[in-house]
Design a protein around this ligand. Structure first.
Ligand SMILES: [Zn+2]
Length: 187
């Protein structure tokens, strides 16, 4: 993640995949595959619950700023987590899952408008789509997780720069003290 600007789109996809794999264990999801795809301009990504695959709009991987790609990836990743929660709840490990979340996630899914509606219908449909828990939850999750990862990235870059310009062991010791301990996109 740290050297995102210098990576080509394929390497950026690997980077996101690595972030996801780190998080899979933590959130009990996965494995989640990530593919880049030519998607319509207004579609940043999507998650296919049948295949467990996340598709990301390849345009986002060409962008030098990682924020949109990361946030999109984490949004779709959260859908994979939701899937795992609903599945787990049906099995013997059901107690490990938040029943309130599963209740919300089990409500009928409101799809976004598909272009067949009148403008007024489309607007209302889009509102319902945005307001449902299944979409609120990943939106909130991805925003928070993206901020957290990018903040750690900044700290890591700062540490890295400090180490490079350090002139003495004393300087390096000072720099190491601010080194972020956990950084999912490191390496
Ligand atoms: Zn979504």
């Amino acid at each position: 993640m740290a050297d995102w600007e210098k990576l080509n789109p394929t390497a950026r996809r690997y980077t996101l995949d690595r972030v996801g794999r780190t998080m899979c264990a933590e959130y009990g999801a996965g494995p989640v595959d990530l593919v880049d795809k030519k998607l319509p301009e207004n579609l940043r990504g999507q998650y296919d619950s049948k295949t467990g695959q996340i598709e990301i709009n390849e345009a986002l991987l060409r962008h030098p700023d990682p924020r949109q790609a990361l946030e999109t990836y984490l949004h779709e990743f959260r859908h994979a987590v939701q899937d795992a929660e609903v599945t787990t709840y049906k099995g013997p490990q059901w107690r490990s899952v938040d029943a309130g979340r599963v209740h919300e996630l089990s409500k009928p899914y409101e799809s976004p408008p598909d272009g067949s509606e009148t403008p007024a219908q489309a607007a209302a449909k889009y509102e319902r789509y945005r307001a449902q828990f299944s979409e609120l939850d990943p939106r909130e999750f991805s925003r928070e997780a993206t901020d957290k990862i990018l903040k750690m990235r900044e700290e890591y870059l700062e540490f890295y720069r400090a180490m490079q310009t350090a002139r003495s062991d004393g300087d390096r010791a000072v720099a190491s003290r601010v080194a972020p301990s956990e950084y999912p996109g490191k390496g």
